[in-house]
Design a binder for this molecule. Structure first.
Ligand code: PGA
Length: 249
């Protein structure tokens, strides 16, 4: 049985003092869960989040990184830097980075390998736009993102890669994919991983759903056969609401 990972993606929200108060409220609310709980905070909050999550069951992740170890890349942060302060997870290829910051399947693949090389657990995002879904191209688009983004990994690396299926039209819009659609698309993703790495490896990959997950729909989504938890944006900003999502299953 794959475990469920419920990860919050705070995006560009919260100052250090807000991070500290979030954890004060959130830590006791999720202490009994069997699910893996991750908070992906902005760079400037990471250190505060790591201190606040010490001796708890909550893990900390970043929302992006560069693939190089160091060098002349003004404004960038390396995998080694994240690892050194105690970050354990990193989101790679979020649709907002693909849309606004020129992230491509090629850079996703470089970052994915760089994350594995330092022992960060990557959460790789894939997903189609509304236009692509409506024109019947969702499968082709998502499959291509998987094929190119997840290529050339070792068996160990693919088995410890987390994928988040996030249909772009469902992110921040209040529109959620139906649980059946989300489950079906996640099956396509796992099939493609199986084509690339074999069934034994594909069965180990944790695949989350993301896009307007909230406490009112988390349970029905997370109970589907192929949905191994969620990547949660807006609803992860409030301790009470996010704890209900974590505790939904
Ligand atoms: P949302 O964002 O939950 O606010 O839709 C999800 C995400 O972008 O990861």
């Amino acid at each position: 049985m794959r475990k469920k990972i419920i990860a919050g993606n705070w995006k560009m929200n919260k100052l250090p003092n807000e991070t500290i108060s979030f954890f004060e409220e959130f830590v006791p609310l999720v202490k009994d869960t069997k699910n893996e709980v991750v908070i992906c905070a902005p760079y400037t909050d990471l250190f505060y989040a790591i201190l606040s999550a010490q001796n708890t069951n909550i893990k900390i992740g970043a929302q992006n990184m560069h693939w190089e170890e160091n060098g002349a890349y003004t404004g960038e942060v390396s995998p080694q830097m994240l690892k050194a302060i105690g970050v354990e997870y990193v989101i790679i290829g979020h649709s907002e980075r693909r849309q606004y910051f020129a992230e491509t399947d090629e850079t996703v693949n470089k970052k994915l390998k760089a994350a594995h090389n330092v022992g960060l657990k990557p959460i790789v995002c894939v997903g189609e736009s509304l236009e692509q879904r409506e024109s019947g191209n969702a499968k082709e688009i998502v499959t291509k993102q998987v094929k190119m983004g997840l290529k050339d990994l070792t068996n160990e690396q693919i088995a410890s890669t987390i994928v988040a299926y996030e249909p772009i039209w469902a992110i921040g819009t209040g529109k959620t994919a139906t649980k059946e659609d989300a489950n079906e698309t996640i099956k396509w993703i796992r099939e493609e991983i199986e084509n690339m790495y074999g069934k034994e490896n594909a069965d180990k990959v944790i695949i989350q759903y993301g896009g307007s997950v909230k406490s009112s729909n988390a349970k029905e989504l997370f109970e589907m056969s192929d949905i191994d938890g969620g990547l949660v944006g807006g609803a992860s900003l409030k301790p009470d609401e996010f704890s209900k999502i974590v505790n939904a299953v």
